[in-house]
Design a protein around this ligand. Structure first.
Ligand code: NAD
Ligand code: WQD
Length: 337
């Protein structure tokens, strides 16, 4: 059975392709390489012994999508990662974000419908909860006010995909709300490869550790948390990848619309992560406290019990392995791919 993986050369997509192939699925990737490197394909092949089929194309290219579905009539489902994801950039380039993420997804879903492929797993985000109404966050927590266009694209796409299932009962849609993915493949050959200055905490820390940046800026220490710094639910990217394989199994049950949080259920502060990383790597991370980053919230962590109950999925890796694996990847690949 073939699975179309949009954004499959990206950070989460590449780890998911490995787990799909390990589980016996054929993965077919479409990616425009706007935020990834084709070297990933060699790394996937080295890990799994199999090179996934790859189309370098944009999901907004309707002809390209039509051709992919025509050439691969065995595609049963799509896992849809392709999208732009830089929160700060989305504030300065809202039209680009709405065009890429919303229009791109509309093109994809139309092409899927035309090809009779009506199963999709979508990369959503805990960001759709805004400043969450309660903690730990269950899927029943109301969607909130997003603080940036990126977040709104996820929130709107959740609505669009939900509406599709109302109109046509043949569709199965699983919305996976990721918390904070970090970590890398155990081999140290695949991981997160940000271009420019990293926006997210873990890649920033690993770049300090490898000597590319001289210190970490900790964005605020006056939040209402145990040490004043922001608390998040960090999840190992391989656990996240396995969550997608479990979601495909759920789709086989003709599940209709389903929504799952993918997190560990544990919250760690910025300083907890710095300490855990120092222990895992043996490298000291100098840091300075700076003002809060606009749009940040104090605390965000999941209640992930629904995914356990309905998908049989639960995160296996703890913070130590997340730090060790992030570090192994960065140390072995200081310049990324
Ligand atoms: P990533 O940037 O590494 O991967 C996204 C991939 O999509 C890239 O390879 C990029 O080249 C490709 N892409 C972008 N626009 C495209 C287009 N129009 N056509 C074809 N390919 C396109 O990001 P990631 O961290 O792997 O995230 C994957 C998905 O998960 C994204 O949708 C992201 O919004 C979502 N997500 C990520 C996080 C996170 O913290 N990393 C958290 C929640 C949700
Ligand atoms: C984590 C904590 C920061 C960098 C973002 C998106 C979210 C989702 C995941 C896609 C916060 C602090 C960070 C730094 C710091 N992505 N921090 N110094 O903001 O929870 O979530 O990525 O959907 O939508 O918003 O993740 O890694 O940026 O920050 O102090 O240099 O680390 O303030 O408390 P965030 P993050």
């Amino acid at each position: 059975m073939s699975i179309l993986v949009t954004g499959g050369t990206g950070y989460i997509g590449s780890h998911t392709v490995v787990e799909l192939q390990n589980a016996g699925f054929e993965a077919i990737i479409i990616d425009n390489l706007s935020n990834s490197n084709p070297e990933v394909l060699n790394r996937i092949e080295a890990i799994t012994g199999k090179r996934p089929k790859f189309y370098e194309a944009d999901i907004r290219d309707k002809e390209a999508l039509k051709k992919i579905f025509a050439e691969n009539p065995d595609i049963e489902s799509c896992i849809h990662f392709a999208g732009l994801k830089a929160v700060g950039e989305s504030v300065s380039k809202p039209l680009e974000y709405y065009n890429n993420n919303i229009y791109g997804t509309l093109c994809l879903v139309e092409a899927m419908r035309d090809a009779g492929v009506k199963n999709i797993v979508f990369s959503s985000s805990a960001t759709i909860y805004g400043d969450p109404a309660f903690i730990p966050i269950t899927e029943k927590c109301p969607k909130g006010v997003c603080t940036n266009p990126y977040g709104w694209t996820k929130s709107m796409l959740e609505q669009i995909l939900s509406d599709v299932t109302v109109a046509d009962k043949e569709w199965n849609v699983i919305l996976l709300r990721y918390f904070n993915p970090i970590g890398a493949h155990k081999s140290g050959t695949m991981g997160e490869n940000p271009s420019g200055i990293p926006n997210n905490l873990m890649p920033y820390i690993t770049q300090v550790a490898v000597g590319k940046r001289d210190h970490l800026n900790v964005f605020g220490n006056d939040y209402d948390t145990h040490d004043g710094t922001g608390v998040r639910d960090y999840i190992h990217v391989v656990d996240l990848a396995i969550g997608h394989v479990k979601a495909l199994n759920k789709i086989k049950e003709n599940c209709g619309l389903k929504i799952y949080n993918l997190g560990t259920g544990h919250g760690y502060s910025v300083l907890d992560i710095v300490k855990a990383f120092e222990e895992a790597s043996g490298v000291k991370i100098p840091y300075e406290i700076t003002p809060r980053r606009p749009g940040d919230i104090a605390t965000c962590y999941a209640d992930a019990s629904l995914a356990k109950k309905e998908l049989g999925w639960e995160a296996q890796y703890g913070i130590k392995e997340m730090c060790e694996d992030s570090w192994r990847w960065q140390k072995n690949n200081p310049e990324g791919y």
